[in-house]
Design a protein around this ligand. Structure first.
Ligand code: UT7
Length: 351
């Protein structure tokens, strides 16, 4: 089997900086609360009606492709991870494909939220290892700012998320000792509604024994549950999160899945040169760092500047670390993610 490597990496964040102070103008929150609970100081928001999730992805992909030493015409397959697609369907992968002139090749959208990049990396790795594809473009991008509740009611979620895109090109590695060593994917649907964007959807309240809340139209024989007038009237169209439940599960699963990657390859935490965790919350990353006994310069955090960019957070952070020279040839790099689903995963890479 051929080993797969990350041959090129890029990221793009929108220009508009939104500080915690800016958010205090529209909701009851404070810079202290956001910094203390999450570590976030500012985030980026895309330009409404101009940028979309796929355009953020295109900008990141262009950089990754150039750095991989190829052109868009050389890409064999596209994987696009996002929870905030341009359209409900089709997925953002085909929109990126069209914009970049790569028509004809396969484009796969995946919906694994904060774990989307690690899941996508694992998929890309399999295609390359089997020899089916030589250049797989993997993009993680989010435009959260268009789907958040910016009233005080939504403050527990909206202050956390930001927009951005990251991309990598996964290629065969010339050196069998370098590249993606292993990937580890997990999920537990018991936590599905703990961090979720429920509407619109085909559930009609059926999973929640809460038909009242969603306005299930009992008298209608066909249709009418995907998006009800009640959902609109109640403004029940935003993400929900049980923050504490997610936090507790995350601090268990992050160390577990990192250990799984290390054990699989015969390493210990002391061998890690750089841990790039999904940027969920600075407190979560610090907890994981402490649990693994890693020094400050072995963990990359940038949630302070960008907030949580979900599927984009790992490639943005990894790219920043690489650009800063903190990820170098030969380094042992660990990626780890946890998020909605619940889903979680890790990847160990010999860079
Ligand atoms: O990437 C996907 C995975 N997501 C995560 O990993 C998120 C994990 N969870 C978290 O990061 C934290 O749970 C949060 C940052 C979301 C919340 O922090 P917390 O320490 O768990 O706060 P809490 O939800 O228990 O809320 C504490 C208080 C509440 O007020 P009362 O009931 O104590 O009066 C909230 O209403 O803080 C209030 N609150 C806020 N206050 C000011 C919630 N959001 C805000 C806010 N500004 N933005």
């Amino acid at each position: 089997m051929i080993r797969a490597k990350i041959g090129g990496i890029g990221y793009y964040v929108p220009e508009k900086v939104v500080t915690n102070h800016d958010l205090t103008k529209v909701m009851d929150t404070s810079d202290e609360w956001i910094r203390e609970r999450t570590g976030i100081q500012e985030r980026r928001y895309a330009e409404k009606h101009v940028e979309t999730t796929s355009t953020l992805g295109v900008k990141a992909a262009e950089i990754a492709i150039e750095r991989a030493g190829i052109t868009a015409k050389d890409v064999d397959f596209i994987i696009f991870a996002t929870l905030s697609p341009d359209y409900y369907f089709p997925g953002s992968g085909v929109l990126l494909q069209r914009a970049m002139g790569m028509q004809g090749i396969g484009a796969l959208d995946i919906r694994n939220q904060c774990s989307g990049f690690v899941y996508g990396l694992s998929i890309a790795e399999q295609f390359v290892r089997t020899g089916m594809y030589k250049n797989v473009l993997l993009v993680g991008a989010e435009m959260h700012s268009c789907g958040l509740d910016f009233t005080t009611r939504g403050r527990g979620v909206s202050v956390i998320f930001g927009d951005g895109g990251g991309a990598v090109v996964v290629q065969p590695s010339e050196d069998e000792n370098r590249g993606i060593l292993s990937t580890h994917l997990h999920a537990n649907g018991d936590g599905a509604e703990q961090l979720a964007y429920l509407n619109p959807g085909s559930h009609g309240g059926v999973h929640f024994e809460d038909k009242e809340r969603f306005g299930y139209p009992e008298d209608q024989e066909f249709g009418g549950i995907f998006l009800t007038q009640k959902m609109i009237d109640d403004e029940d169209l935003y993400p929900n999160m049980n923050g504490q439940a997610v936090f507790k599960y995350a601090v268990t699963k992050f160390p577990e899945v990192i250990k799984e990657a290390l054990d699989t390859n015969g390493y210990t935490a002391a061998d890690i040169d750089m841990l790039v965790p999904h940027q969920a919350n600075l407190r979560i990353s610090q907890f994981v760092q402490k649990r693994l006994g890693l020094a400050d310069d072995k963990v990359w955090n940038n949630i302070q500047k960008y907030g949580n960019t979900t599927a984009a957070s790992i490639p943005i952070a990894l790219c920043e670390a690489w650009e800063a020279g903190a990820v170098k040839e030969g380094d042992l790099v660990c990626l780890a993610a946890f998020g909605s689903g619940f889903t979680w995963g890790s990847a160990l890479i010999r860079w």
